[in-house]
Design a protein around this ligand. Structure first.
Ligand code: ADP
Length: 380
């Protein structure tokens, strides 16, 4: 009996599918039709006999492909069995020609077996590939599930961190206001009263600043894409921060002579540079120089802000972009988070590194916008 093809799990499939019955019928029909050609064609039509002889290869190869080496051998054997009586009855007088026919039958067997072996190997490979693809898609589904879980856990932990940071930031000014209210309630002298009111106002301002930063961070507006002149933005930020900076702080800005016109949100870009410049100035209590530079290249624009300040201790480096991480007395810990958020919205990235001698360098990379925003253009 002809073997059934391998099932997807590697074992033989007990139920014979319709396709197998069809393949078996076609094989047998091919053998019967070829044999009929032999038996019904008179011996003098030698050319036709030569054609029929080779036509046996068609059902043999077909069976080998459909059923493997056993199918190929079985079809070759059946062809031989059908062919031999014709050789015996018709060609016994031509011994040499008859021997050729027997040799051809041997070739049927060889071709059936070899084609079948190759087809079996191919089928096994297909089954293996299918199994690997199934495994891969299972692993992919599992990975996706795990990724979703991690994302959910990450979101929850981010909300927790945010709430904890916020509570901490609000508690300090609240405690000051509460203390000040107590002083006022106790009926303080006019001088103490005015100082206490100043503290209350100062803490209210601090709370207001915190809430403004928090809103910037929590509800960032969508960037309004426009062509901006980077040099002009840089200069205006430098002018603004140098007014409010302590004496002893110098700002140096470097930008290409021909300013690159770049597509981004002008206000947000200015806020990024400003936050970095303010941090740099605040990191230099003894004074020093803040260097701001813009480099334009094929891939995008690199903005760097470096200072000569105290620098970020290595153990804090991977926390400075976390919301509410601050080492300053009156800091909100949201400046760098806002920078990170804006830069990400622009498809860029921001990194911080300690300078070899002293201070920090913050690098912001904005990618080339052409192609990312098809409607945006960039003139350089
Ligand atoms: P904030 O300025 O309100 O503290 P930021 O998010 O802007 O919040 O900064 C977080 C922390 O990162 C700062 O408290 C400070 O410790 C550190 N940091 C940021 N920039 C610098 C810098 N240029 N030099 C040293 N430390 C810095």
């Amino acid at each position: 009996m002809l073997p059934s093809p391998l099932h997807a799990d590697g074992g033989p499939d007990r139920s014979w599918p319709r396709a197998n019955w069809r393949a078996l019928s076609l094989t047998l029909a091919g053998i019967v039709a070829t044999s009929a050609g032999h038996y019904l064609t008179p011996p003098e039509f030698l050319l036709w006999h030569g054609i029929f002889q080779r036509m046996y290869y068609v059902p043999v190869v077909f069976a080998a492909i459909a059923f493997g080496w056993r199918g190929g051998l079985a079809a070759a054997a059946v062809s031989g069995v059908c062919y031999i009586p014709h050789i015996v009855t018709t060609w016994s007088g031509m011994e040499h020609y008859a021997m050729e026919q027997y040799a051809e039958i041997l070739m049927f067997l060889v071709v059936g077996a070899v084609t079948g072996i190759l087809s079996d190997r191919e089928r096994r490979r297909r089954v293996e590939l299918q199994r690997t693809a199934d495994q891969l898609s299972r692993v992919y589904r599992e990975l996706q599930n795990t990724f979703e879980q991690v994302k959910r856990a990450d979101r929850l932990s981010a909300i927790g961190q945010l709430a904890a940071g916020l509570a901490h930031e609000i508690r300090n000014p609240l405690a000051s206001i509460d203390g000040a209210a107590e002083v006022l309630q106790a009926g303080a002298e006019a001088e103490v009263k005015s100082e206490t009111l100043r503290i209350i106002r100062q803490e209210c301002l601090r709370l207001n600043r915190l809430l403004t930063s928090l809103l910037d961070f929590a509800r960032p507006r969508r960037p309004e894409w426009r062509e901006v002149n980077l040099r002009e933005v840089l200069d205006s930020v430098v002018e603004l921060v140098s007014h409010s900076a302590r004496t002893g702080i110098r700002f140096e800005a470097q930008a290409p002579e021909v300013p690159p016109n770049f597509v981004c949100d002008r206000e947000q870009l200015a806020q990024v540079i400003m936050n970095l410049a303010i941090n740099a100035a605040q990191a230099m209590p003894q004074g020093g120089t803040v260097r701001l530079s813009i480099q334009d290249n094929q891939d995008g624009v690199l903005i760097e802000v470096s200072d000569e300040g105290v620098g970020v201790p290595p153990e804090h480096l991977d926390r400075i972009f976390d919301p509410f991480f601050t080492t300053k007395e009156t800091g909100t810990g949201l400046g760098l988070s806002v920078v990170h958020q804006i830069v990400s919205q622009h498809g860029g990235n921001v990194t911080a590194r300690r300078n070899p001698d002293r201070g920090m360098t913050f690098s912001v990379f904005f990618p080339q916008t052409v192609g990312v925003y098809p409607w945006a253009s960039r003139v350089s």
